[in-house]
Design a protein around this ligand. Structure first.
Ligand SMILES: [Zn+2]
Length: 351
């Protein structure tokens, strides 16, 4: 077993690279060190994933519609708010996949310096598009200017971060006229994590990409994204979620500061809600419904699930909410067992 280190391009890019490596190689253990990761395992052979993606990119080069319908390439399209770069992005991705080799030798502590990565005009390097990194507005809210601030990385970093985006993130999009925002969520070890759990945190988000009709806060998106699909009951390791958002308003794009949430107990609460109150996900769907939805209630719900607090208020809000829809359209709320939902919440509130 050997250990490698992610390059230090910021927590977003390093996280994506880590997920890309976990997807491709037999990784035994990942340890988070600040904004970087130490990854230990066997990097001598890759699974089939790269071949599958290469085939899709080859089809894309013949027919660009392929990307929209691909569950893999579609994820890149979904993350990208700047449609004009899609074609060059996917072409670069195809090219860079040939450079994933000798990962063991490449990812030493000084990788970034050795490969001359950073703000650069070198054509040998790849432009790190906005969803793949948080380089442009590190720790501040910053307008994104592609011409003057290009951040470039090697083919390994570029292809692995793309693979991490595809296999390691959940994407929630909101589009309204000329404005759009995309929120990306990825799960990471708080400290360290072993193989089984690493595969689980990828499987949990892999197929998740969705458009929603109302604008949500980061914590609401997080709760929403983690509540659907497979239910994960327990982890031995502590799990964090890294959440970041890209916004487009007219021609302006910016990345907002990423946030890290400890979700170890959130995952447990969601699992209990889903098993004890089967209407929980139906209520969530109504909270983001175009006609009836209410983001402030979802925000209170998310706040309670993440940080605890006034569960009674959430029950009251949701009861009013469901009753209100009921008077407008009782077909939508048919069968919702509010009492069961409230009881489950009271149970959670006792923790
Ligand atoms: Zn690199």
């Amino acid at each position: 077993m050997t250990c490698i280190t992610t390059p230090g391009h910021g927590i977003v890019t390093d996280t994506l690279i880590m997920h890309g490596i976990v997807k491709l190689f037999h990784v035994d253990k990942v340890r988070r060190i600040g904004d970087r990761y130490e990854i230990c395992g066997d990097f001598s052979k890759m699974g089939e994933t790269v071949e599958i993606i290469k085939e899709e990119l080859e089809e894309y080069s013949r027919n660009s519609n392929v990307a929209r319908y691909s569950i893999y390439l579609g994820k890149i399209l979904d993350s990208n708010i700047n449609v004009s770069v899609t074609d060059s992005w996917l072409k670069s991705f195809a090219e860079s996949l040939n450079e994933i080799k000798d990962v063991e030798k490449a990812y030493t502590e000084d990788h970034k310096v050795r490969y001359k990565e950073g703000r650069s005009k070198s054509k040998a390097l790849y432009n790190l598009y906005l969803p793949l990194g948080f380089i442009y507005g590190k720790y501040t809210v910053d307008n994104y200017d592609a011409v003057t601030k290009e951040y470039r990385v090697c083919g390994k970093c570029f292809s692995l971060s793309n693979l991490g985006l595809i296999f390691g993130t959940a994407i929630i999009r909101y589009i309204s006229g000329n404005n759009a925002n995309v929120t990306l969520t990825t799960l990471i070890p708080e400290d360290e994590m072993e193989r089984d759990e690493l595969l689980l945190i990828e499987r949990f988000v892999e197929g998740k990409s969705e458009n929603i009709n109302i604008e949500l806060t980061l914590k609401s998106v997080l709760v929403y994204a983690l509540s659907f699909g497979e239910t994960i009951y327990s982890f031995d390791s502590k799990v964090d979620a890294l959440v970041w958002r890209l916004e487009k308003s007219g021609n302006f794009q910016r990345a907002l500061q990423p946030e890290i949430f400890d979700i170890t107990s959130l995952l447990d609460k969601i699992a209990r809600l889903k098993s004890m109150s089967p209407d929980y996900t139906k209520i969530l769907t109504l909270l983001v419904n175009k006609d009836y939805g209410d983001q402030s209630i979802l925000d209170d719900l998310a706040e309670f699930l993440l940080f605890g607090g006034d569960y009674y208020r959430v029950i009251k809000e949701i009861t009013f909410f469901i009753n209100r829809i009921n008077t407008l359209n009782n077909k939508v709320t048919k069968g919702i067992d509010l009492e069961k939902f409230a009881n489950t919440f009271i149970e959670l509130g006792k923790d």
